[in-house]
Design a protein around this ligand. Sequence first.
Ligand code: DOR
Ligand code: ZN
Length: 347
Amino acid sequence: MTTSVTIRRPDDWHLHLRDGAMLQAVASFSGHFGRAIIMPNLVPPVVTGAQAAAYRDRIQAALPGKVTLRPLMTLYLTEATDPADVVAAHAQGIISAVKLYPAGATTNSASGVRDFDKVRPVLDAMAEAGIPLLFHGEVTDPSVDIFDREAVFIDRVLDPIRRATPGLRVVMEHITTSDGVDYVLGNESIGATITTHHLIINRNHILAGGIRPHYYCLPVAKRETHRLALRKAATSGDGRFFLGTDSAPHPDRAKESACGCAGCFTAPNTMSILAQVFEEEGALEQLEAFTSLNGAAFYGIAPNEDRIRLVRRDTPAEYPTHIPAGDETVTVFDPGFPLYWHVEDPA
Ligand code: DOR
Ligand code: ZN
């Protein structure tokens, strides 16, 4: 039985670090990643190149000296986004991508896009400059069932946008369905991130035997067949699929509420969980592709030079169940089983 695997240092292609006290509390938990694509859904959102540069500096200041995580910044697309600002911020190396939230789809998405025609000039400029567009792929139409919102988004929004702006590089963020997997497999020049938690939980975990707010995220976990399709895609080695944890910390007070918010905080234990998933799928040799090679290739940057080692031990790795964040606490994602894979950094 394989008991250790050494891989290039992983990257996280979708991460929420927040700001202020929460940023201070969570930043170091992503410390064994090399680069991370940082989501811009702050309050107020990161909408200009200047704001992205200032946020990058705040993140760097929050990281302990020994942590070398490099934040790769994104802009939050609004109907008022200036194409020239996006192109300039990318040319100056301030941003790596632009995030599209349909207005109302998720946490802090109120300033997102309602009318996709209004952002066409920005998308055209991005296609021209080779700037990736990262989609939160869910429709917000209240008549569409929440479990169908990803599949409907592909037909109603994603596919028409890709046809209208050929050459636009897109990443379907945090896919949760076999529909998402199939759309990626049917298209050559597309990327898709898959989260750690969507490889572990299906909708029963959220709802059966009591409601579990710490498993609630968006897009919401779907039925088991979809989880199995995601596991197959993630462990396949196909270069279009890569890790984006969508680690999204919220104060416990806001999650354990009559109207709890969406997000799972998976940064601390993600690599231990993923090693177990890949082992269960008989695909440990594909772990490095998913966490450390495919995303870098999509973004056109070299993989990290250094390596980490994952070692399977007889005693489980220990992670905190909660972390303090200012006056709040944040619950760490509980996969529901012991984690025998330990991270050794450096390898
Ligand atoms: O579960 C989620 N949490 N999904 C998102 O799209 C946003 C994120 C957050 O910012 O909390
Ligand atoms: Zn997210």
